[in-house]
Design a protein around this ligand. Structure first.
Ligand code: KG4
Ligand code: ZN
Length: 334
């Protein structure tokens, strides 16, 4: 084991992107992502196809990562991988590969929780938030308001009771006939549109919880009704429709975030997860932050959507704490 540098190779394979990153003493040497276009035609991630694509991608991606980082395998101090939550078949590819590599190199194995890692992505670059801070974590599978007291002391103070925010974006896009994942396309087409053109209901949920399934249903009925009257409705109004549904999702996200800040008195506010790549949400957080005297933190784009860089930084802190996992560790879907 290398004693002077802490060099960790991290693997992320929880969903439909295979990603490998190498971090040295907390500095990212490389963060590579191999996407999987195969799912576009199916309107969502097909788990079996995702597992197979991870299987094909992982060996060449690790090779390229080691070359790009300019290190040799012998310099590695530990191997990290996403243990969950995610698609079990996809997780198993990353887990098996990581175990084999760690065993072959006789170095420790580190397991990382995907949701925890999305938040700790804030510790890759400057400026870094100070504890305690609040993080709105919005991805394809989760929507959570989290209070961070330290790196690994994370308290979920609010969450969605049904669909995640990313799912709401993707389902709305599917209704519009856009390919998967539709979130980035709603963002793109909505840029030219009027966010107040069409109004959609914001769910009235108690406390700090969210609900997005009602929004999806009302959006579906609205589109069906309009299209039955004007077959060209979607193509004629795409920008306004996208801007309006995005506005409704962001309004709900921001409402509970503001309430969480009021309830906890915390004014350091961060965004994390794939939906934090959304231009409207980034803008809303910045504007609200100016108004309320918040210090806001938004990750660089490459660390918003699924990436191994966030797994690597989390593993770095686990390494410092001496938190290693045995070879008989297993991934978890939830
Ligand atoms: O965190 P992530 O990469 O994967 C999960 O852990 O789920 O998040 C993926 C989600 C998808 O639902 C995708 O549509 C959404 O993030 N997303 C966006 C944008 N970029 C990614 N949603 C809205 N606007 C974007 N620019
Ligand atoms: Zn994610």
């Amino acid at each position: 084991m290398n004693q002077t540098n802490i060099t960790i190779l991290a693997i992320e394979s929880s969903c439909d992107d295979t990603s490998v990153a190498i971090i040295q003493n907390g500095r990212m040497l490389c963060n590579l992502v191999a996407g999987q276009q195969i799912h576009e035609q199916y309107g969502g991630v097909v788990p079996e196809l995702a597992s197979r694509a991870h299987q094909q991608n992982i060996v060449p991606l690790v090779d390229v990562a080691i070359q790009k980082a300019g290190i040799s395998k012998k310099e590695l101090s530990a191997i990290a991988f996403t243990a969950g939550p995610g698609l079990i078949g996809s997780l198993m590819v990353g887990c098996s590969f990581a175990k084999g590599l760690a065993l072959g190199l006789n170095i420790p194995l580190i397991t990382v929780n995907h949701m925890q890692a999305h938040i700790l992505a804030h510790f890759i670059d400057e400026p870094k938030p100070a504890f305690p801070f609040l993080c709105l974590t919005v991805s394809g599978g989760h929507t959570q308001l989290v209070r961070l007291n330290s790196y690994f002391e994370q308290e979920i103070i609010g969450k969605t009771i049904d669909d995640a925010a990313g799912e709401a974006f993707d389902k709305a896009a599917k209704i519009l006939g856009l390919p998967y994942p539709g979130g980035p396309l709603i963002d793109k087409y909505g840029k030219e549109g009027n966010p107040l053109a069409f109004e959609f209901p914001v769910a009235q949920m108690p406390d700090l919880d969210y609900s997005f399934s009602g929004l999806k249903t009302s959006f579906l009925y609205f589109i069906q009704k309009q299209v039955s009257q004007h077959p060209e409705f979607i193509s004629n109004n795409l920008a306004d429709i996208c801007a309006s549904i995005q506005h409704a999702i962001i309004k709900q996200l921001m409402k509970k975030l503001i309430l969480a800040s009021k309830q906890t008195g915390i004014k350091q506010i961060a965004l994390a997860g794939g939906v934090s790549a959304n231009s409207g949400l980034r803008k809303a957080l910045t504007e609200e932050g100016h108004k309320r005297g918040w210090k806001t933190f938004i990750p660089a784009f490459e660390y918003c959507t699924d990436n191994a860089g966030m797994i690597a930084i989390t593993a770095h802190y686990k390494y410092l704490d001496g938190e290693f996992s045995p070879q008989d560790t297993t991934p978890y879907a939830r």
